[in-house]
Design a protein around this ligand. Structure first.
Ligand SMILES: [Zn+2]
Length: 505
């Protein structure tokens, strides 16, 4: 008899300090969630766990049921009503009977009345079907709860930041589950949680202790000691009791020592995180000094053979972690210090886009750009920047990722316009979008006629994911500490639920 596989995606990285609301239509990256066949069509063939699950189900000849696919870029907690509209179709699909469930979840989702959305999703599915095998993939930025581990059969997560191995994480979890269903393996999970909250600026394998931990994880998987070993170094901007570094290892209880091996690998990974925790702390920097340094690097010109722009990373207002993406502090400093030939992306300001569209291409406009959003959780008000320039380009903001992250997936910036500001050596171009979008793919510039490799400077509202598309073209990279709800300086936040030590420099 044909097996029925339920495959679903419900993903939100909730920044509980973000002032940006998360209504239902924000899922689907601004197009609303997809249900049924549309959920499958939106993700099949993309570099995501959901696509890996679909590929495995197709190979197994299973009937594929995709009740929901809903991902929103990070922002504040969604409401209970929104959450129910995402979870109930999944519950209905499982209730109608299935042989396995494959879930592409984030791991840092908060609902206005629930600090552990993933735990709730799994608990509700377990209530419907106590024994159905459930595979789950999590983002690297996961705050893992005991209930989540208890209710899942297999958990894996990404081992990269930028996350360029999402498909592989899905493949790993999916294959383990299918092998378990065939009686070839018997997954057993060992996990642990450390009461430490790293700065996300210190999460990438090349920046902090995660690199050494991931070497242990990959080696254990390759040797076959364990089926999967995953580091989840927390999402610091979600204020929950589960926020902290965790490790989850899937062993094979069918093998002699399979369970003991899993426990050993889990302990080894946690020990490196614990002993190296100082490496998860972020050292504060002074904005004016960072921009001045970038200016020197850019103005010095390239050595023979050196090409590409100097990147200025406005990491404290990163929409990829819940930032408002309209804090103008770093842009203002760039203009104040007279950097020119700069491409900036993206500033979110739908009103400014409307004004630029009304003015029309080639015409001059004076704008109060950005600064539309108050950030009460960190005591900041929005501060727009008075700026004049020419409308260079107008687009519908429809993009497809061609870089290594989310390859092949469509996304939406909303109506978008480019403001061109004259400089002494070259123009500065600011990409202004209507929707939030982290710039991790060169398409953010190229879709509106800007060639990023040709600019002297590029300013990005991003934290680490920009490295997926932009690190290969960069001559130098300078982190610029401005303001915003994704500040690397965790002392900026007033936590209420966290039970772990915040790693503050
Ligand atoms: Zn992440």
């Amino acid at each position: 008899m044909t097996q029925r596989f339920v495959i679903a995606l419900i993903k939100h990285e909730t920044n509980t300090f973000s002032p940006i609301p998360t209504p239902l239509e924000k899922f689907g990256h601004g197009q609303g969630p997809a249900f049924g066949r549309a959920a499958r069509d939106a993700f099949e063939g993309s570099a995501t766990p959901m696509a890996a699950f679909i590929d495995i189900a197709k190979r197994e000849g299973a009937e594929i049921i995709t009740p929901v696919a809903a991902e929103s870029w990070p922002s504040a907690a969604c409401t209970r009503a929104t959450f129910e509209q995402l979870v109930r179709p999944l519950e209905d699909a499982v209730r109608q009977g299935c042989d396995a469930v494959f879930l592409d979840l984030h791991g840092a989702m908060v609902v206005d009345d629930c600090l552990d959305a993933e735990g709730e999703i799994l608990r509700r599915l377990r209530r419907i079907h106590a024994t159905v095998p459930i595979a789950v993939t999590f983002d690297y930025h996961t705050n893992l709860s005991p209930e989540t581990v208890q209710c899942a059969t297999v958990i894996t997560g990404y081992k990269t930041y930028p996350h360029v191995d999402m498909y592989q994480a899905g493949q790993l979890a999916g294959e383990i589950l299918v092998n378990a269903m065939k009686g070839r393996v018997k997954p057993v999970m060992k996990w642990g949680w450390l009461p430490i909250v790293p700065s996300i600026m210190r999460h990438a394998p090349e920046d902090g202790p995660a690199g050494a931990i991931l070497i242990v994880a990959r080696a254990a998987e390759q040797r076959g000691d364990v089926l999967a070993a995953t580091l989840l170094p927390a999402f610091a901007h979600a204020d929950t009791p589960f926020t902290g570094v965790s490790v989850v290892v899937v062993g094979d209880a069918m093998k002699p020592n399979g369970e003991a091996n899993a426990a050993q690998v889990c302990d080894a990974m946690l020990r490196i995180a614990h002993d190296g925790k100082v490496g998860f702390s972020y050292q504060r920097t002074v904005l004016a000094e960072s921009v001045a340094r970038a200016k020197v690097l850019g103005d010095a010109g390239a050595k023979p053979g050196d090409v590409g722009p100097v990147l200025l990373i406005d990491h404290c207002d990163n929409c990829g972690s819940g930032g408002t993406q309209d804090v103008m502090m770093v842009v203002e400093e760039i203009l104040r210090q007279g950097l020119d030939d700069v491409a900036i992306a993206p500033i979110r300001d739908p009103d400014a886009v409307r004004k630029m569209i009304a003015a029309g291409i080639g015409n001059n406009v004076t704008l109060q750009l950005g600064g539309n959003t108050a950030m009460p959780s960190i005591g900041l008000n929005g501060r727009p920047l008075a700026i004049s320039g020419k409308v260079r380009t107008i687009t519908d903001g429809e993009i497809v990722f061609r870089g290594p992250m989310y390859t092949g997936l469509k996304s939406h910036l909303g109506p978008t316009a480019v403001l061109e500001v004259s400089g002494t050596r070259g123009r500065t171009e600011i990409v202004v979008t209507s929707l939030h979008h982290e710039p991790f793919d060169l398409v953010i510039f190229r879709h509106c006629g800007i060639e990023p490799t040709k600019k002297r400077f590029i300013m990005l509202k991003s934290r680490i994911h920009y490295r997926a598309g932009f690190k290969p073209i960069a001559r130098h990279i300078v982190d610029c500490q401005g303001e915003g709800v994704t500040s690397a300086d965790l002392s900026a936040y007033r936590y209420r639920h966290v039970k772990a030590d915040l790693l503050i420099a």
